[in-house]
Design a protein around this ligand. Structure first.
Ligand code: 4GY
Length: 258
């Protein structure tokens, strides 16, 4: 399954180029019995099978030794699981800063809990759904991390250009033809006024984020500096002490949530 679709992507070219490297270990190759079994029935009963701690431990020890030999350190070890910290761009950035990562992909009902403890595995989730194995999640994580490595993306979307960097969803994109299928590209994008284009895109990104992702929208509002209070030229009226009754909360002109 590795590099699988990554071999046909941006990450695939970077892999050939040596920007990053991937070593895969087949957990079954660490099985010791004649049936090469990696799973067993759960203590306490219940459905399905659980991945055996002894086999996983051998695989993780081998992965650790390889990482230390190749990169000088183990790096963070991650178990892809719906129980984990939900992957977001902040975590992707953290992981892109590591010299090495170990990704453990489970099958069946999951892995023996003691292995997670022993190897200090961090659980990371792609979201609230259940895959049949961790591999597709690992591929997604790798893709998101590798595109942040220096040189992989070239000049596109450098430092902070992406909407997500500002905590917003993407604004709508358009390319030629300007009129297609009875639909016109928004005029502002053809205006050549870069300031207007930037303002329109921000407005669109904000509207889409507010409508579709109230969670992101709240965070954006909290993290955004309060709008600047326009400096007005001093007038007679402005020079007068204001009437506190006009602003009972006393927040006008202050910047308390910034
Ligand atoms: N969701 N995010 C996920 C997943 C598969 C059985 C435990 C997810 O990251 N991984 O659904 N993983 C299961 C398969 C063992 C992991």
């Amino acid at each position: 399954m590795f590099p699988g679709p990554l071999g046909h992507s941006l990450a695939g070219r970077a892999l050939e180029h040596g920007t990053w490297a991937l070593e895969t270990l087949d957990i079954r190759s660490f099985a010791r019995d004649k049936h090469r079994s990696v799973d067993d029935t759960p203590f306490g009963g219940g459905p399905g099978m659980v991945m055996r701690p002894d086999v996983l431990d051998a695989a993780l020890e081998a992965a650790t030794a390889q990482a230390v030999a190749a990169r000088g350190e183990r790096g963070r070890a991650i178990y892809l699981s719906p129980r984990g910290r939900v992957l977001d761009q902040d975590l992707v950035k953290e992981l892109a800063g590591e010299r090495s990562l170990i990704l453990l992909c489970g099958r069946y009902e999951g892995v023996d809990e003691r292995v997670l403890e022993k190897h200090a595995l961090e659980e990371v989730s792609l979201g609230d759904f259940v895959l049949s194995g961790g591999e597709p999640a690992a591929l997604c994580l790798i893709d998101a991390v590798v595109r942040l490595l220096p040189g992989v993306m070239g000049n596109v979307e450098t430092a902070g250009e992406e909407s997500f960097e500002r905590g917003l969803l993407e604004y709508p994109h358009y390319t030629r033809p300007a009129f297609w299928d009875g639909r016109q590209v928004p005029a502002v994008l053809l205006s050549g006024d870069h300031g207007k284009v930037r303002a329109w895109r921000l407005e669109q990104a904000e509207a889409i984020t507010e409508a579709r992702r109230p969670d992101l929208w709240s965070r954006y509002l909290e993290s955004r500096p309060a709008p600047k209070v326009k400096k007005r030229r001093a007038t007679k009226a402005a020079a007068q002490p204001s009437n506190p009754a006009d602003d009972p909360a006393g927040t006008a002109g202050s910047n308390e949530d910034s």
